[in-house]
Every structure is written in C-alpha cells, then in structure tokens.
Ligand binder design. Structure first.
Ligand code: XBP
Ligand code: MG
Length: 262
C-alpha cells in the first residue's frame, strides 16, 4: 500500500516556469547583461535542471572570448541569487496558483495518514515562497521532507533527490508515488524505482512520457474535472487516493519477481 506521496514542484504543484523565465530576464537586466530568454529559447533551456546550471550552459553557447566567458561564469552565483529574490517576490502575489487537484489530493493524503514530501531541483526559498503563499505558514509543515536545490550534486534526471527523500522518509520506493511534469523528472523518479504520475505543464507537453505509470492533464477536482477520455483511467472525474492505490498495487504486483508474486 502507498505510504507517501512525493511531489516535484515546478510544473507539478504549480505552473511556475513562466515566472522563473521572467525572473531570469529581470536578473539579467540588473546585471546589465543583454540576454533575453524568450519562450522558445527557455523551452530548450529547461532541459537543463537547475537555474545556475542553466545559466552556465547558456554562457557556453555565447560567442565570447575565453576571458569574458570566465568573467561571466564567476557571476553566475550572484545572478542566480538575484533571480531567486526576484522570483520569490513575484510568486508572493499569488500569480502561480496550485494546479487543479493538488490541494484536494494533499488533503486526501493527509486524512489517510500518508506522508507528503517534496523532491525538486528548484531553490528552497522558491519552494517556501510558493507553498507558504498557497497553503499558509503551516503549508510547509504538511511535508515530512522537503528536498530541493543543491542538497544533491547530481540534479534530475539523476535519481539522487528522490533517493534522498526516500532515505529521509525511511520508506522503500515500492511504498511511494512520485508526481512529476517533465521527462527529466520522470527519468529521475523511474531511476529511483518509483511509481510515477505525470501531469505535463505547458512547457513539457509533448515530451516522451511512455515510461510513466499514469499520465493525466492534471490531477483534477470538483471545479476542474478531468477530460472524459482520462476519467476511464482513473474511474472518475479526478485522481482519487483509492484509485491511485489500486493502480499502484497492480503495478507493484506486476513488477514483483515471479517467485514473490502471490
Ligand atoms: C525545475 C527546475 C528549476 C527551475 C528554476 O525544478 O529545473 O531549476 O526551473 O529554479 P523542478 P532554480 O524539479 O521543481 O521541476 O532557478 O531555483 O533552479
Ligand atoms: Mg518540474
């Protein structure tokens, strides 16, 4: 049976990447860098997990002399600190609501005695800002474990952040479910041997989610029922804990070695 739900943040709990993109661009202006990450450019840059890593990879594409590249690379931590401050200020006005069904499923899980956890690449301050804005100051306390940012060296698609969460929860992967929005996140969760639900965001729709255990447009709730084609997979207008439990149990049985199957 499921003992914990592990949530990615950006794109999964809320559609935040447009705000991240704006914060990056505002930070570049603050540093008098004539860089602009347009939406098409950012979509490609999102394949790189981590804001600092993303800026570094972008610098590598610039046609600048070696000395200038070195100077820019030394600026990355400061640029990213400014970006994080700008992002948390922007998020504070509630512009990124939690996606449909997130609040409902969090409440269902808590009522059922399940543990909640976060496994994100984003910076801890960003998680605090988003969850506090939408779940109140007690919002963070709902989560047994919040693992994010630089707590791990290898970011998604490496499984490290999910493995860190499992270790902190003291649970095997077979007792947990991961929620993700991107192929990087799916790869990380599957490498950690987690049953994974994908709810793609506007930035990741169309990525290859063939390895997902369940793919939905969003989690769904009374006000935002799932599209009819998806209600069959989850047995109703939204993904409830009971159905998630039966899907998870079936997948766990199927994955068990023959001799272990009942
Ligand atoms: C998505 C990311 C993050 C954000 C930017 O994280 O890859 O890097 O795009 O946040 P998630 P930072 O795992 O929650 O989808 O600038 O703080 O990295
Ligand atoms: Mg994400």
């Amino acid at each position: 049976m499921i003992r914990a739900l592990i949530f990615d943040v950006d794109g999964t709990l809320a559609d935040t990447e447009e705000t991240h993109r704006q914060a990056f661009n505002y930070a570049f202006v603050r540093f008098e860098l004539e860089w602009e990450w347009t939406k098409p450019l950012y979509r490609g840059l999102l394949k790189i997990s981590g804001g600092k890593e993303r800026i570094g990879c972008y610098i590598d594409t610039l046609p600048v002399p070696t000395a200038e590249r070195a100077r820019l690379c030394q600026l990355v931590p400061a640029i990213h600190r400014t970006k994080t401050q700008l992002y948390t200020d922007l998020i504070g006005d509630g512009r990124c609501p939690l996606r449909p069904g997130v609040t409902r499923l969090l409440a269902e899980a808590q009522n059922a005695g399940l543990r909640l956890a976060i496994a994100s690449t984003t910076t801890a301050a960003n998680v605090d800002a988003l969850l506090t804005r939408h779940l109140g100051s007690s919002g963070l306390r709902q989560f047994h474990t919040i693992a994010c940012g630089d707590l791990v060296q290898r970011k998604k698609p490496a499984p490290d952040i999910f493995q860190l969460v499992l270790s902190s929860l003291g649970l095997p992967s077979e007792r947990c479910v991961a929620f993700e929005d991107s192929l990087n996140g799916l790869r990380a969760a599957k490498a950690a041997r987690l049953f994974t639900v994908i709810t793609a965001s506007q930035w990741t729709v169309g990525e290859d989610f063939a390895d997902a255990d369940l793919e939905l447009s969003y989690l769904g709730d009374q006000e935002h029922p799932l599209p009819p084609a998806q209600t069959v997979a989850v047995g109703g207008p939204w993904l409830g804990l009971a159905r998630l439990g039966s899907l998870h149990a079936a997948a766990t049985r199927a994955a068990a070695p023959d001799e272990a199957r009942p």
